[in-house]
Design a protein around this ligand. Structure first.
Ligand code: GRF
Length: 197
């Protein structure tokens, strides 16, 4: 199945690059970002990926932003939506529209250290082992069912950004592998392709 993959991202886009560089049995049909100036937008455009930007500040309310985000993503007919460094919480309406079709990559071993500052919180706690998690998105913050995890040891004296970079090296392998497995396991299951155009 040539699954239609839609990526949500706000950051530097190295996870998007990893997806584009791997053969995952699916096609990235669009990037939706809330940060028009971010590197990820340049990555997508330079790789010929259809790109839409929805900046929260351009909308009169959070609700109108949420409803346009849902409209823009729905328009792309996704089989799977991948949050790859998307720094916004998805509304319950958005999540309910795509049951078990939205996944996220997070830089900690969930359920430990959810939220936007996972690596900082990891270091502050003084743990020696951390890692990354690919999980389904539900109504909570980083609380959805875990799909895959991999450990990374914390090195003495390293900075938050050094640790995050080493975790991201692992994320760039774990996320494509998880997507590939999801696509394989859903082949022939009707609701997975319900948005397929
Ligand atoms: C990753 O660590 C991801 O887990 C987190 O944001 C980072 C995205 O990295 N949510 P990049 O922007 O793809 O380089």
């Amino acid at each position: 199945m040539n699954a239609r993959l839609v990526v949500l991202a706000s950051g530097t886009g190295t996870l998007l690059e990893a997806l584009l560089d791997s053969s995952i049995g699916g096609q990235v049909v669009g990037l939706v970002s809330d940060q028009p100036e971010s590197r990820v937008v340049h990555v997508a455009e330079s790789r010929g990926i259809f790109t839409r930007c929805v900046s929260l500040g351009d909308y009169s309310s959070r609700e109108s932003w949420e409803s346009d985000l849902l409209a823009q993503v729905s328009e792309l007919g996704p089989d799977l939506i991948i949050a790859a460094g998307f720094m916004r919480i998805l509304s319950p309406q958005f999540v309910d529209q795509f049951p078990r079709q939205i996944i996220n990559s997070h830089p900690s071993l969930l359920p430990l250290f959810p939220g936007a500052h996972a690596v900082r919180d990891t270091m502050a706690a003084g743990v020696k082992v951390t890692g990354c998690t690919v999980h389904f998105i539900d109504h909570g913050v980083d609380t959805g069912e875990i799909i895959a995890q991999q450990q990374v040891s914390v090195q003495p004296g390293e900075s938050e950004s050094e640790l995050h970079e080493r975790i991201k090296l692992i994320e760039r392998r774990l996320l494509p592998r998880s997507i590939e497995q999801l696509i394989e396991s859903h082949s022939g299951i009707s609701n997975f392709g319900k948005g397929t155009k």
